[in-house]
Design a protein around this ligand. Structure first.
Ligand SMILES: CC(C)(COP(=O)(O)OP(=O)(O)OC[C@H]1O[C@@H](n2cnc3c(N)ncnc32)[C@H](O)[C@@H]1OP(=O)(O)O)[C@@H](O)C(=O)NCCC(=O)NCCS
Length: 187
């Protein structure tokens, strides 16, 4: 069997029962702005609430032109063919064969298992198509829905990173979760 590359040579498109995860594009700006402009959605994430579509376009530009290895998928609802969220990988450290995942979903679609479905598929694709060994995710301790998603996707709680980041001007404790390759094969 051929050895998997260190990381994706090209960003793959991923299909699940309800979702299409495909590389984010500038044409997604309006649909992403729709939910990233809501404080309810951005309260627990590092990026500020988008004030105008220019903020969303700047976000997409930073993703598309990023010269690190990070990549973001648009979460497309297959039924309506609309973008309802994003999921991405960043802080890719090939030397340590690890990376971090992050996600945000329009609140119109919360609590339907959608992010869990997307995260499971991204974890599977990373472990099946690359040599990455460890996938991490962080969430504010005040954000139980996010840690629930991590648990449902097979990630394990490792601890609390104390006063780890400043989010919207407040220094926050973050829960850290991870899944490692050997556990994935046991799932
Ligand atoms: C966190 C987020 C991505 C979850 O997406 P989602 O598609 O609704 O997640 P899922 O439906 O797959 O799972 C959510 C789980 O949290 C649970 N949950 C929801 N509110 C909860 C609460 N207040 N306390 C505890 N659990 C809660 C749900 O019941 C569900 O678990 P279940 O399937 O066992 O019932 C979504 O809420 C979001 O985008 N939030 C804003 C951005 C954000 O916080 N991103 C993550 C930054 S780390």
């Amino acid at each position: 069997m051929a050895t998997a590359p260190d990381f994706f040579v090209e960003q793959p498109t991923i299909v699940t029962d309800r979702l299409l995860l495909r590389p984010i594009a500038m044409s997604d700006a309006q649909e992403i702005y729709e939910y990233c402009s809501r404080e309810e959605v951005t309260r627990f994430v590092i990026f500020p609430t988008h004030q105008s579509i220019a903020d969303t376009e700047a976000f997409i530009t930073s993703v598309i032109t990023n010269d690190e290895r990070g990549m973001v998928w648009a979460i497309v609802n297959k039924q309506s063919n609309t973008v309802i969220g994003t999921i991405g990988v960043h802080k890719v450290e090939l030397q340590h064969r690890k990376l971090e995942v992050g996600y945000a979903l329009s609140n119109n679609f919360w609590n339907k298992g959608i992010t869990t479905e997307a995260l499971k598929a991204v974890i599977q694709t990373i472990f099946e198509q690359t040599s990455i060994n460890r996938i991490e995710a962080l969430a504010m301790i005040e954000n139980p829905p996010s840690t629930k998603v991590m648990e449902k996707a097979g990630m394990k709680f490792e601890g609390v990173l104390r006063e780890f980041v400043s989010i919207k001007g407040v220094t926050r404790n973050m829960n850290i979760y991870s899944i490692i390759r050997s556990e994935y094969h046991k799932m």
